[in-house]
Design a protein around this ligand. Structure first.
Ligand code: ZN
Length: 114
């Protein structure tokens, strides 16, 4: 299982719940994963005000809300099937490994599937 070693448990598109910090209890979709820093960007979580310089698409500039990355250890996977935080488990099927919810066995959505 060496290929799994440096991978984070969450992937882009997963739903996670924040378990610590000022946004604890918030749920959101993972927008971005930064494996080298063990950080992820979660939708509507850890919002920071960012000064936006005027650009062609936003000519007036101003202060924008933007999600800042949070440490992956501050979140847990959230399973919409059993409606609770869970851990990822791997299940071997005829087509290879799939990620499933450890609690209910429901397949986790796999956005990276080719
Ligand atoms: Zn589940």
């Amino acid at each position: 299982m060496t290929t799994e070693k440096n991978k984070l448990n969450v992937r882009k598109g997963d739903t996670v719940m924040v378990i610590s910090g000022k946004d604890a209890g918030k749920k959101g979709k993972v927008l971005e994963v930064i494996p080298s820093k063990n950080r992820i960007v979660v939708e509507k979580t850890n919002i920071v005000k960012k000064h936006q310089k005027p650009t062609k698409s936003i000519p007036q500039g101003g202060i924008m809300d933007q999600e800042a990355p949070i440490n992956v250890s501050n979140v847990m996977l959230f399973c919409s099937e059993c409606n609770s935080v869970t851990r990822r488990s791997m299940k071997i099927t005829g087509e290879g490994k799939v990620r499933v919810c450890k609690k209910c066995g429901h397949n986790l959505p796999d956005k990276e599937k080719k």
